[in-house]
Design a binder for this molecule. Structure first.
Ligand SMILES: NC(=O)CC[C@H](N)C(=O)O
Length: 393
């Protein structure tokens, strides 16, 4: 096995504002474009790349070196890489991990994902922090150096990509038909548990989970909290959901702008009015904000990482959280019956609220982590408390 990485083909990242970063190709040859964002997590590239909320985005990893843990079938947050492309400073072709079944580079090539390495990701991140997230395009040669004409082609692709505002991507990544989810969290393989996922002992509650691009670990954590989950397509009506006799409704994370997801906002409005226990994560939180009459806004470069401090403003306890969002609910526009529960300690933006007159709450970050710390995972138990309180009322 060659331990030294052979010289990779030429590649470039071209931003819509004309800035060019030259590098090498570490994935498939070709051209890809999307909104360029950066993620500050130091581990978990497989979970990040397969998070459906990254649909339409080129993900820059600020951690300097990836690939050591390779790729495996278990650490998937959906069935495939959802990000439009990967930007990273260094990538090894030689994984060193008993769980790996192939290398990251081989997986990127086999699945047609364009990736660029050997560029200054610190300079890129500082540029995005100054200018804000912006469209970009990665172009990667099949072999040899990149012709100048390819850079022009990438510039055109970046400049014609458009904007994330107004894009309803949730309905493009959702499932086609409802299905049941009962599998619990990953705790490692044993003699009885070959794949490493637990089977929860009892699931006394039933929740309908709207799939706007749901991360698998959310379903696993709901199941582990004692919930049998029926996952439904994004455009399922409230009436269709209630016909499944759920004890609660869950609104998932997902890509794109929440504002055009009118079908989902309608469901949240009706669930709140009917006092059905309701929990929203990330895009689901934003949809709940819109449902109560608040407004959402586009952030400059958003929150993408696994190390973001968030304060529970009721207890002043600080949680280190996983984050991935570019939109936010504007706290100033919340109605009186929506009480703030959490705020970001990075920029003071809204991270969670609950309703005073309905069993409904939501969180902007990712309590299921994957990747990231599990500080705020008790939110799943809180959802079950609301379900039990309603059942016992
Ligand atoms: N992770 C998510 O659900 C992201 C929500 C939304 N697409 C945003 O960027 O803000």
């Amino acid at each position: 096995m060659a331990l030294l990485t052979p010289k990779r083909p030429g590649a470039a990242l071209v931003l819509a504002d004309g800035r060019i970063f030259h590098g090498r190709s570490a994935g498939a040859a070709g051209l890809t474009s999307g909104e360029t964002v950066f993620n500050t997590a130091m581990t978990g590239y497989q979970e990040i790349l397969t998070d459906p909320s990254y649909t339409g985005q080129l993900v820059t990893l600020t951690t300097a070196h990836v690939g050591n843990t390779g790729w495996n079938a278990e650490d998937m947050e959906c069935g495939k890489i959802a990000a439009a492309g990967l930007i990273v400073n260094r990538m090894t072709d030689v994984p060193s991990n008993w769980r790996a079944t192939e290398s990251l580079t081989d997986h990127l090539k086999a699945t047609g994902i364009v990736a660029i390495t050997d560029l200054d990701t610190r300079a890129l991140t500082m540029h995005l922090r100054t200018t804000g997230a912006q469209p970009g395009a990665i172009i990667a040669a099949a072999e040899g150096e990149l012709p100048d004409a390819d850079i022009e082609q990438a510039k055109t692709a970046a400049q014609s990509w458009g904007v994330m505002v107004g894009q309803d991507l949730a309905k493009t990544v959702t499932v086609d038909a409802p299905y049941e989810w009962t599998e619990g969290v990953w705790e490692g393989a044993t003699a009885e548990r070959a794949a490493g996922f637990t089977t929860p002992a009892a699931q006394p509650h039933h929740v309908v989970a709207y799939d706007f691009g749901v991360k698998t670990n959310i379903l696993r954590m709901l199941a582990a909290a004692g919930v049998r989950v029926t996952v439904v397509p994004a455009e399922t009506s409230f009436e269709e959901a209630m016909a499944l006799s759920p004890d609660g409704i869950f609104l998932s994370n997902g890509p794109g702008d929440p504002a055009p997801c009118t079908y989902a906002i309608e469901v949240a409005k009706k669930a709140i009015a009917a006092k059905v226990p309701l929990f929203g994560i990330c895009l689901g939180h934003q949809i709940m904000g819109l449902a109560v009459g608040a407004q959402t806004l586009k952030m400059k470069f958003g929150h993408h990482g696994a190390n973001h401090p968030v304060e529970d403003v009721r207890t002043h306890r600080v949680y280190i959280t996983s984050q991935n969002h570019g939109f936010a609910v504007d706290e100033k526009t919340l109605p009186a019956n929506a009480q703030v529960t959490h705020r970001s300690l990075f920029d003071g933006s809204l991270q969670g609220f609950e309703l005073t007159d309905a069993p409904a709450f939501c969180f902007q970050g990712h309590p299921e982590a994957s990747p990231g710390p599990h500080d705020i995972s008790p939110l799943f138990a809180h959802f079950v408390e609301l379900i039990e309180a309603k059942k016992n009322a």
